[in-house]
Ligand binder design. Structure first.
Ligand SMILES: Nc1ncnc2c1ncn2[C@@H]1O[C@H](COP(=O)(O)OP(=O)(O)O)[C@@H](O)[C@H]1O
Ligand SMILES: [Mg+2]
Length: 310
C-alpha cells in the first residue's frame, strides 16, 4: 500500500467518515486519535468528513452521507459493538472488528472466561461482590491483585492491592464505574502489547513505567513511560508472544485491527490481559509505534486499516 495514492486510488474509499470523540470516559483520548487519523487520511487524498459522535449518532451519520466509516471511538458506545451495529444496520462498511467481537472484547471478564475455556493463559481471577471474603480471596490469588471494572479502559477505576482493607476499598471504588468488578492475580514481570493489522502481527512493544502500574498517568500524561520496540525478547519468545496474540485476537472474533495486552511473569510466561478492538491512534500511540518498527508510517497505517473495509 502506497502513502501517496493516485486520485483514483484514494477515490476507491469514497467519502470516509472518521467517527471520533463519543460519549465514553475515553472521549479525550478518542478526540486526539480522531484528529490524527483524519489528518493522515486527508494527506493521502481521501475524502474525509469528521464526525464527533454524540447522542444523536444516527442523525449525524445519516447527514454526513458517508460510504464507509473509520471508527476511532474508544470505550462504551464506540468500541463495544453499538456503533458497529448501527453502521451495519445502515449498510455502511466500517474499520475493525464486527459487533459481537467488539462487545465481547469490551468485557474483560467474559473474555477471560473464553480464554480460560480454550486453554489460553490469563491470570487467575475472581468476580467480586459485597459478600466477598477479602482475606481469603486475596490469599487464593497469591496475596496481591489488580481490581478491575469489567468494562472500562485506560486503567480507569483500577487499583493494585496487597491487603484486605485496601481490597474492599478498591472494590467499592471500582463499583462506581461498573456493576461487574473482578480481581486478577498480580503478574510481576514485564509488560508487553502486540498490535495486529489485517493478517499481520506487528512487533511487540515492551512498556516500562515508574508508576505502580501502567495507569492513566503512565498512558497519557507522564513523559517517563518507556516504550521499547524492538522489545528485547529473543526471536523464539517474540514468536511465542505473537502466536498467542493472534490466537487471543481471533478467538474473541476480532478482525481488521486491534491490540492485545500481556503481562509476563518472572519466568517469562506470558499472560493475556485484554484485547482492545479500537486502540489509540495518536502519533504517540502503540499501534503506530509497532507499525513504524515494520517500516509503516502513520499515514500508510491508516490506509491499511481502511483498506480492510474494501
Ligand atoms: N494481572 C495484572 N498484573 C499486573 N499488572 C496488571 C494486571 N492487570 C493489569 N495490570 C496493569 O494495569 C494496566 C491496565 O490493565 P488492562 O487490563 O490492560 O486494562 P485497560 O483496559 O485499562 O488497559 C496494564 O497495562 C498493566 O500495567
Ligand atoms: Mg490495556
Amino acid at each position: 500500500m502506497l502513502t501517496e495514492l493516485t486520485s483514483t486510488e484514494s477515490k476507491q474509499f469514497g467519502r470516509v467518515g472518521v467517527l471520533y470523540g463519543g460519549i465514553s470516559a475515553e472521549r479525550e483520548v478518542s478526540m486526539n486519535s480522531g484528529k490524527a487519523v483524519s489528518l493522515a487520511l486527508k494527506q493521502s487524498g481521501v475524502d474525509v468528513v469528521d464526525i464527533d459522535i454524540n447522542e444523536k449518532a444516527i442523525e449525524q451519520i445519516k447527514e454526513a452521507n458517508i460510504d464507509r466509516a473509520f471508527i476511532i471511538l474508544h470505550g462504551a458506545h464506540g468500541e463495544d459493538g453499538r456503533i458497529q451495529a448501527l453502521l451495519e444496520f445502515m449498510g455502511i462498511p466500517y474499520t475493525g472488528s464486527r459487533v459481537q467481537a467488539c462487545s465481547l472484547a469490551m468485557d474483560k471478564l467474559r473474555t477471560k472466561w473464553l480464554w480460560q475455556g480454550i486453554g489460553l493463559p490469563t491470570p487467575d481471577f475472581r468476580v467480586l461482590s459485597e459478600k466477598t471474603d477479602w482475606e481469603r480471596t486475596l490469599l487464593e490469588l497469591g496475596g496481591a491483585v489488580m481490581v478491575k471494572p469489567a468494562h472500562e479502559g485506560s486503567s480507569i477505576g483500577m487499583a493494585m492491592v496487597r491487603n484486605a482493607k485496601d481490597f474492599a476499598a478498591a472494590f467499592h471504588h471500582a463499583t462506581q464505574y461498573d456493576e461487574t468488578v473482578f480481581a486478577e492475580a498480580l503478574v510481576t514481570g514485564a509488560e508487553y502489547t502486540v498490535a495486529i493489522v489485517g493478517e499481520e502481527v506487528l512487533p511487540p512493544i515492551k512498556l516500562e513505567t515508574d508508576n505502580i502500574f501502567y495507569d492513566y498517568d503512565a498512558k497519557y500524561v507522564s513523559e517517563d513511560t518507556r516504550y521499547l520496540c524492538p522489545c528485547g525478547l529473543a526471536t523464539e519468545d517474540v514468536d511465542r508472544l505473537s502466536l498467542l496474540a493472534k490466537k487471543a485476537f481471533t478467538s474473541v472474533g476480532c478482525s481488521g485491527w486491534g491490540r492485545v495486552d500481556f503481562m509476563a511473569d518472572e519466568e517469562g510466561n506470558f499472560y493475556l490481559l485484554e484485547v482492545n478492538s479500537v486502540p489509540g491512534m495518536t502519533s504517540h500511540s502503540l499501534v503506530p509505534m509497532a507499525a513504524k518498527e515494520n517500516g509503516v508510517n502513520f499515514q500508510t497505517l491508516c490506509l491499511k486499516i481502511l483498506t480492510e473495509t474494501l
